[in-house]
Design a protein around this ligand. Structure first.
Ligand code: ADP
Length: 445
């Protein structure tokens, strides 16, 4: 495997020859092998712009997504390829891994065996073992956080049971959302007096798992508004014209259910820079999205609050940032120690607990996101359940349980994301768009 100096040389070479496809692809593969997932993702995306249908690059990008737990994103780029017979077996194995991540054991098993029967060298023993393992027993207690919704083919209207009280820390982000989204609807006279109209959207960006979706859902609950969560798979369709229809349908659904928070996850895939788009029909989708955001007339989107989230804001076309569209960028940072303690407290409420010292756990979980902490608590609870079953009585969860799990896991998503962000925005902040991010990436390498 390449050492770090070799990797750095490859990065430099790719920077000088951005259109050299084999080079970019090689760099992406090396980054993936070395576990620089966010950076590998960025490189595969760039390579895909040069060769949009390439199955090998698509498979690489899907693997980068899957290893960052973005299973829906992985599946939505694989699906058009998987629909045709004879797709590369390695692609089938990655699809199986993403399906397993989404909890579709049967679909994962089918894909895996189909792929390996065609090419035994594509086998992945770890994945095979996970496919054969009995399903994990989850404790029968109230769920604190919403389950990650499977990506349906069509979005649905939800009523959120979460409010900002369920979002730990993030005071600055909540305040920004309050001013932008909630106050104009709650106090329209005040805003009218200053000549401000409600409307326009907010683009939340930050590392995966930092809580962007959770925040959007909580904003809907805070406002008593309906919530429509739109994933990529709800929109993207392999047939030309269908994606535009799907997009129109979700906007119409939101308008019928106003007040409504319409939330687009992974929006960079829908709103990528038009200059990056090689295919006319993808450009058409971007234009359609812009037209829906603007509305046919002034009142078309009244009471519809559009929120979007992205891990890769630098891919979003600047046209989306004009007034009335996603005119506010809000950085959702990884939680600091106080926020981590608050998230842990939230995640553990409703569980049988001993005396807890959340600050101690927060101190050793630097760089953990909200999602990582949720994973940590889930693992500790599972272990406790096993112990309780053996002991024949409930044993409450304690601080050492959380500390033990925290010492075993080393999340890398935040570090990698900040390094990627640094590459993109360090030299491109003339407009001040990335000011909020600067203090975070100064120290990143
Ligand atoms: P993102 O959309 O940024 O990838 P999510 O919103 O899906 O991240 O976060 C994953 C999970 O982490 C959420 O379902 C929630 O349980 C938990 N979480 C993240 N941030 C917070 C927070 N500030 N307070 C409470 N829970 C959080």
């Amino acid at each position: 495997m390449l050492d770090d100096a070799g990797l750095q040389a490859l990065r430099e070479a790719a920077r000088f020859s951005p259109d050299n496809l084999p080079l970019r692809r090689h760099l992406a593969d090396q980054l993936l092998t070395k576990g620089y997932l966010a950076e590998a993702e960025a490189e595969y995306r760039a390579a895909l712009m040069l060769a949009p249908q390439d199955p090998g690059i698509t498979t690489g990008l899907a693997e980068a997504f899957t290893r960052q737990s973005s299973y829906g994103a992985a599946l939505s780029i694989l699906e058009p390829h998987l629909a045709a017979p004879g797709y590369p077996p390695r692609m089938g194995v990655i699809a199986a891994s993403a399906l397993l991540g989404e909890g579709d054991m049967a679909g994962a098993g089918y894909r895996y065996h189909e792929a390996v029967s065609r090419d035994p060298s594509a086998a992945d023993p770890d994945l095979a073992a996970r496919l054969a393992a009995p399903p994990v027993v989850t404790p029968p207690q109230p769920v604190v956080a919403p389950p990650d919704l499977p990506h349906d083919t069509s979005a649905e209207v939800e009523r959120s049971r979460f409010t900002f009280a369920d979002v730990a820390g993030m005071d600055a982000v909540k305040e920004a959302l309050r001013i932008k989204l909630l106050l104009p609807l709650q106090q329209p006279e005040l805003f009218a007096a200053f000549g401000k109209r409600a409307g326009g959207g907010v683009l939340l960006y930050g590392p995966p798992g930092a809580g962007k979706t959770h925040l959007a859902r909580a904003a809907a609950g805070e406002l008593g508004a309906a919530f429509v969560n739109v994933g990529l798979a709800d929109i993207l369709d392999m047939y030309i014209g269908s994606s535009e229809r799907n997009l129109r349908a979700v906007f119409e659904m939101a308008r019928r259910n106003r007040p409504c928070v319409l939330f687009f996850d992974e929006v960079d895939a829908l709103a990528a820079r038009r200059s990056d788009m090689r295919q006319a029909h993808t450009r058409q989708l971007v234009n359609q999205f812009l037209a829906e955001l603007d509305g046919v007339d002034e009142s078309a989107n009244e009471g519809v609050l559009v929120l979007a989230a992205t891990n890769a804001p630098w891919y979003v076309d600047v046209a989306f940032r004009r007034p009335g569209r996603f005119d506010q960028l809000v950085f959702v940072p990884p939680p600091d120690a106080a926020a981590r303690a608050a998230i842990l407290r939230l995640l553990c409420r409703d569980k049988p607990l001993a005396e807890m010292d959340y600050d101690a756990v927060a101190r050793i979980t630097d760089q953990f996101t909200g999602a990582d902490l949720k994973g940590l608590v889930d693992r500790a609870v599972e272990a406790k359940l096993q112990q309780s079953i053996s002991a024949g009585r409930p044993i409450p969860l304690s601080t050492p349980d959380l500390l033990a799990v925290a010492r075993q896991v080393k999340p890398t998503a935040v570090r990698e994301w900040l390094a990627t962000a640094r590459n993109y925005v360090m030299h491109a902040n003339e407009s001040g768009a990335w000011d909020e991010l600067m203090p975070w990436i100064k120290g990143a390498r």
